[in-house]
Design a protein around this ligand. Structure first.
Ligand code: ACO
Length: 329
């Protein structure tokens, strides 16, 4: 029988667009204030993609960064998984565009869509391929251009989102390194609380869907809010149980950066102090699938974690989906 291989992260990368949109800028666009956004959400500014940038161009930049970090060449990559809710086009997959831009000619490519939990779902898929022995080098790219599906006239959502890309390269690693456990959750009955209603087979794009602003994010913020903290805490608990570990063995919690109050609730419910929680919501806002990938890359760059550190990535998002990934770097 084939030996099960441990999948681990051997490189991380990130890319954020240059343009910064501050809360003060937003005050001129919708009826909001810096004070409201800072205290209710925890965001001060977010990045906005340039007109020539797309999810794949940002994803490819993050992927180059991750491959350089792993000291690997694009030809080494066996599989590219892109997690996104803002693909370049409905199809082909954004992973295919990234493959072309990287010149990763040997790689198989597909996208997954699990909204803000996409990076964690992507890591779980990479782990399964590596553990099975089917692939050796898997690139997981989480990239979003949410500015293109944000209704800039709706203050309820316009203040929340930004653009960014993060990437991780996974390969077989030896114990005790690697992904220790993954827990994934979903509840399809809550799908309509957070959605993009138009443009799919249910409501193909028409003049009417455009006039009704159905190609933008729609969210019942309060309902999502109530669910999110508990879901992340439950995912943390399940991931720790699966690995037979305790919360005090975690060096850094890397949560989805949607709302500071949700992160605080998740940390409190997980009995973790905030000094063990990585935060960059203030400068990037909610970049959906990209938040945990960018945060992991930045935590490594800043030396918050290094070889041997135990990280717990946790997220929730549209679907609903939620999940956590416990790993040792
Ligand atoms: N500026 C000023 N006032 C505002 C703004 C704004 N930008 N947005 C809402 N308000 C007002 C509302 O109109 C309301 O006013 P009212 O009391 O006069 O009616 C008041 O503020 C309170 O509104 P709530 O919606 O109750 O505010 P809440 O405290 O719930 O915060 C928020 C709203 C930030 C959206 C919060 O509910 C939240 O973070 N929800 C979760 C969102 C999220 O995490 N989504 C993640 C998934 S994204 C994905 O999957 C792509």
């Amino acid at each position: 029988m084939k030996e099960r291989l441990n999948a681990g992260i051997v490189g991380t990368g990130r890319y954020v667009p240059e343009k910064i949109l501050t809360n003060r800028d937003l005050e001129k666009m919708v009826d909001t204030t810096d004070e409201w956004i800072t205290t209710r959400v925890g965001i001060k500014e977010r990045r906005i993609a340039a007109p020539y940038e797309t999810t794949s161009t940002m994803g490819a930049q993050a992927a180059r960064d991750a491959l350089a970090d792993a000291k690997l060449a694009p030809e080494d990559v066996d599989l590219i998984i892109t997690a996104t809710i803002t693909p370049d086009v409905p199809w082909p997959a954004t992973a295919s565009f990234i493959q072309r831009q990287l010149g990763a000619t040997r790689a198989a490519c597909f996208d997954i869509e699990a909204a803000c939990t996409g990076f964690i779902y992507g890591l779980s898929v990479a782990q399964a391929y590596i553990a099975s022995g089917m692939y050796r080098t898997v690139l997981v790219v989480a990239a979003e251009t949410l500015s293109r599906i944000t209704d800039w006239e709706d203050r309820n959502t316009a203040v929340l989102f930004g653009d960014a890309a993060g990437a991780a390269v996974l390969q077989p690693v030896s114990e005790p390194r690697g992904i220790l456990s993954v827990y994934l959750g979903a509840d399809g009955s809550k799908g309509d609380l957070l959605e993009l209603p138009g443009g799919g087979s249910r409501k193909p794009a028409t003049h009417e869907t455009v006039d009704q602003r159905q190609h933008y994010i729609r969210m019942k913020g309060n309902e999502v809010f109530k669910f999110a903290g508990r879901a992340m805490a439950q995912a943390n608990k399940r991931a720790l149980e699966k690995a037979g570990m305790k919360i005090d063995q975690v060096d850094l919690l890397i949560p989805h950066q949607a709302n500071m109050r949700i992160i605080q609730a998740a940390a409190r419910l997980s009995s973790l102090s905030m000094d063990k929680v990585y935060l960059n919501i203030e400068k990037y806002g909610n970049t959906s699938a990209a938040t945990t990938a960018v945060a992991l890359a930045e935590a490594r760059l800043e030396g918050r974690v290094g070889p041997g550190s135990v990280c717990l990535l946790v997220a929730f998002g549209g679907g609903f989906t939620w999940g956590a990934c416990l790993l040792r770097l």
